[in-house]
Design a protein around this ligand. Structure first.
Ligand code: GLA
Length: 400
């Protein structure tokens, strides 16, 4: 009798535990657990982008294999906005006749849709932004099925920061942070897992407060351009920011220029390599319907993408500089280490010559995989390396 009541009691206890485990709410999946990957209209189309360009981009993401390589967001940047009506509802302009239909089109291809606004009255291109309509806009994006919002400071300075606090920098920063927090809260209130991308060019050390306002990524600098000096300058500005980046909240050195402008093949490869080392969001910005095979090969290199998307989410640190040569390393989830040797200089580095220090950087000699050629190479202490101008040696060193 005692024994069976014991069993009943134990059963009830187990049952109660099981029930409470079942009813405990599952934690929501982390938004942007790895750096967001996709494509954004600005770097190639700028103000000219239309609904058809977005549809073409979505089709090309699928046809080129980019979607299957991990690029899922199709992000409309500035210039989709029309005017607000008497109820404050923001309408699209004639270039984007049916945003809900466009979201459906993108979703039907296994992709996600991103949109753009800002905390001021106007966007950077002078279109209508969200000042005073934050909740209303966030709800509308969610109703359309938008999955990603880039929120760009632009006229908030002239509309709010300067009129309220022209000579008070700390107060200006407070106003700006509050504006980003307001939209962060509005997005969260929709209950949808919308990626929140802060774009205010790295002002007021955004990496220190971006996550606290709900940001999943934040631009760390001004706009990237499709030339090597711009890419090198932005890369240089990322040194020292590694501690601020991680799953759910990433430093954003701006979108990719791979395939744009006059970047050489080496420069395209180095740009992509270094953004992968930085665990940067990988938002392509090229003309997808006319993408050359060698550009596609860069953007879809599986092992370089795996580096960027490594679940540990540790951004690379610059660990060594010798003239034009820089070494960046990052630890990876399986114990491997990624090493990038970058030649910033105008000449091939054999002239230097550059000898690879391993032990002093805590790296070990032995086999490593060259992520661009796919070949195993033997790393040796002080081995001479030769790297073309604006190119990179990118290797994955297995755990010892
Ligand atoms: C700013 C941003 C760019 C782009 C433009 C659009 O310059 O930094 O990335 O969004 O605005 O007007």
């Amino acid at each position: 009798m005692r024994c069976s009541s014991c069993l009943v009691a134990a059963g009830l206890l187990l049952c109660a535990l099981a029930t409470s485990a079942q009813s405990a709410p599952k934690p929501a999946p982390l938004v942007a657990a790895t750096p967001p990957m996709g494509w954004n209209s600005w770097n190639f189309f700028a103000e000219k982008v239309t609904e058809q360009d977005i549809k073409n981009a979505a089709d090309q993401m699928v046809a080129t294999g980019m979607r299957d390589a991990g690029y899922v967001y199709i992000n409309i940047d500035d210039t989709w906005e029309g005017e607000r009506d008497a109820q404050g509802i923001l309408h699209t302009n004639s270039k984007f006749p049916d945003m809900k239909g466009l979201a459906d089109y993108v979703h039907a291809r296994g992709l996600k849709l991103g949109i753009y606004s800002g905390p001021g009255a106007k966007t950077c291109a002078g279109y209508t932004a969200s000042l005073g309509h934050e909740e209303q806009d966030a709800k509308m994006y969610a109703d359309w099925g938008v999955d990603y919002l880039k929120y760009d400071l632009c006229s908030f300075r002239e509309d709010v920061m300067y009129p309220k606090a022209l000579h008070d920098r700390p107060e200006q920063a407070r106003l700006m942070i509050a504006a980003y927090a307001k939209m962060g809260k509005a997005i969260q209130s929709t209950g949808k897992p919308i990626v929140y991308s802060l774009c205010q060019y790295g002002w007021d050390s955004v990496w220190e407060w971006g996550a606290s306002v709900g940001g999943n990524l934040w631009r760390t600098t001004g706009d990237v351009e499709a030339n090597w000096p711009s890419i090198a300058m932005i890369l240089n500005a990322q040194a020292g920011l590694a501690d601020y980046s991680g799953p759910g909240h990433w430093n954003d050195p701006d979108m990719l220029e791979v395939g744009n402008g006059d970047l050489s093949l080496d420069e395209n490869r180095a740009h992509f390599s270094m953004w992968a080392m930085l665990a940067a969001p990988l938002l392509a910005g090229n003309d997808l319907p006319h993408m050359k095979p060698e550009i596609k090969a860069i953007l879809t290199n599986k092992e370089v993408i795996a580096l960027d998307q490594d679940p540990l989410g540790k951004q690379a640190r610059r660990v060594y500089v010798d003239g034009e040569v820089e070494l960046w390393t990052r630890p990876l989830a399986n114990g491997d280490t990624a090493l990038a040797v970058l030649n910033h200089g105008p000449e091939r580095v054999a002239t230097h010559p550059f000898h690879l220090p391993l032990a002093s950087l805590g790296l070990h000699a032995g086999p490593a995989k060259n992520l661009w050629t796919g070949a195993m190479i033997a790393l040796a202490e002080n081995m001479p390396v030769e790297i073309a101008r604006h190119d990179v040696l990118l290797v994955r060193i297995p755990a010892k």
